[in-house]
Write a protein that binds this ligand. Structure first.
Ligand code: UD1
Length: 432
């Protein structure tokens, strides 16, 4: 089993390039099979969630050609009407995007129910509500969700909760439904807009993505396109907060600064210097940071996917901070691990009350999910002494070259394997 071996204490400094957004790439790759012509997608991050969705579309008959590490050509003209039930795809949340794409194109989809990160109940009732409104019959059998209809017809859908996944799924299916669909109370996340731009580049007629009302006029076919995915705002944010927690100076390149505004604002509030340019942000932290209050909200609010990272940072800031999680109810599981590193955090229901300490100390910790895993790595990088972070398969789901990029910024982090016969000597070398 692989794990990260980390000697904390080095301030991060230098430049890091951000990969394409995982949460945009998942629906875009799922939607790429909606055309019978070849679609080229660039800036695809090389992470395990993406490999899982690529394998799922290949297994149902899509031709997937890898042009280079981050570019794929996909042809969905020979998709068979087979259930999507890969072992790999079961583990990823984004697998449910194949329901929207297959239902839109073939009026029929059978996809294994998704798992994804264990951060609380993750119902899909709003997806189902949307598909039903478009005329599909939905049933769940043997762990599969089955959606089918003779004809999808546009509809007026009001989402009861702001859901990224439901907005995206309905948008995909409605792109090929007959007539006009209006989604109200839609999610406004950058990846919702990116998927709309991608579908429009294939001939879809989607207006209003990025606002809370999206209008989709269905088309009969979607054509070839070449499209480059937006940068990953959460990967960027993770490096911004790693720079701050280690009192570093890091320039994060290939970003859209507008997508990072809620993060930039919080870093400024607690005493970091943040400089923005066209496609980069520089984060400098040269003094002890101060406390603040944060509440996670749908975009443009503070993202729930950055909640563990800011909690780690505030755990080292002066004074008492309060972090309220309003999107997922079980997203503070990592706090126990952080406490073992010396953090003073009390969780009451969906709120963490954080009394800032002056330092964390290294420990053996377990990554409970993707973003909390990355946050615990930040804690280990900032900590005094040696840490081991295990269950890093979660982190690899969403961060391309995580240890390599951190090492290039001066972090002392190594990827080791418990099955390696030379583990003891490698560890001794690292500790020496
Ligand atoms: C996506 C992201 C995830 C991020 C989340 C919120 C992907 C693959 N994952 O997840 O990283 O943390 O957005 O920004 O892009 N809900 C319902 N019914 C539904 C759907 C959602 O009640 O049918 C609730 C959820 O329980 C949650 C809230 O709505 O409380 C938001 O969930 P949603 O935006 O759908 O998150 P995901 O799309 O699952």
């Amino acid at each position: 089993m692989e794990f990260y071996s980390i000697r904390g204490g080095n301030p991060l400094s230098g430049e890091v390039d951000i990969a394409g957004a995982k949460n945009a790439a998942l629906p875009i790759l799922a939607a790429s099979i909606m055309s019978n012509e070849t679609v080229t997608v660039e800036n695809v991050p090389d992470v395990s969630d993406i490999r899982a969705i690529l394998s799922a579309i290949e297994n149902i008959g899509a031709v997937v050609q890898r042009v280079d590490r981050h570019t794929f050509r996909i042809n969905g003209s020979r998709i068979q009407d087979a259930p999507v039930e890969d072992e790999a795809v079961k583990k990823i949340r984004g697998s449910y995007y194949l329901i929207g794409s297959l239902l839109g194109k073939y009026q029929h989809a059978e996809v294994t129910l998704p798992k994804g990160c264990d951060i609380g109940l993750r119902p899909i009732d709003q997806h189902v509500k949307g598909f039903r409104a478009l005329g599909a019959a939905i049933r769940i059998e043997h762990g599969m969700i089955i959606a089918e209809t003779r004809e999808l017809a546009g509809s007026h859908i009001y989402l009861d909760v702001v859901s990224v996944g439901a907005t995206i799924n309905i948008m995909m299916a409605a792109s090929m439904a007959k007539g006009l669909t209006i989604i109200e109370n839609a999610a406004k996340e950058p990846h919702v807009v990116d998927l709309a731009n991608f579908l429009n580049s294939m001939g879809a007629q989607i207006k209003g993505a990025g606002t809370d009302v999206i209008r989709i006029r269905g088309v009969q076919r979607l054509h070839a396109t070449e499209y480059s995915i937006i940068p990953d705002q959460i990967e960027a944010g993770t490096y911004m907060f790693a720079a701050a927690a280690t009192h570093g100076d890091v320039t994060i390149r290939n970003v859209i600064p507008k997508h990072l505004e809620s993060l930039t604002a919080k870093l400024g509030e607690i005493g970091c210097q943040v400089e923005e340019s066209d496609d980069a942000v520089r984060v400098v932290a040269n003094r002890r940071l101060s406390s603040t209050h944060v509440k996670t909200l749908p975009y443009p609010g503070f993202p729930t996917d950055m909640q563990p990272q800011i909690t780690v940072l505030l755990g080292l800031s002066d004074g008492t901070s309060i972090v309220t999680e309003s999107i997922f109810e079980s997203r503070f599981k990592y706090v126990d691990e952080l406490t073992r590193m010396g953090a003073q955090i009390r969780v009451e229901s969906n709120t963490a009350i954080i009394d800032g300490v002056t330092k964390y100390t290294g420990a053996s910790i377990v990554a409970p999910d993707l973003r909390a895993g990355a946050a615990l790595v930040i804690a280990a990088l900032a900590a005094e002494g040696y840490s081991e972070v295990s269950d890093i398969r979660y982190i690899e789901r969403g961060y391309e070259d995580f240890p390599e990029k951190l090492r290039a910024l001066g972090a002392d982090i190594r990827l080791l394997d418990t099955d390696d016969p030379q583990l003891d000597s490698r560890k001794a070398l690292h500790l020496a």
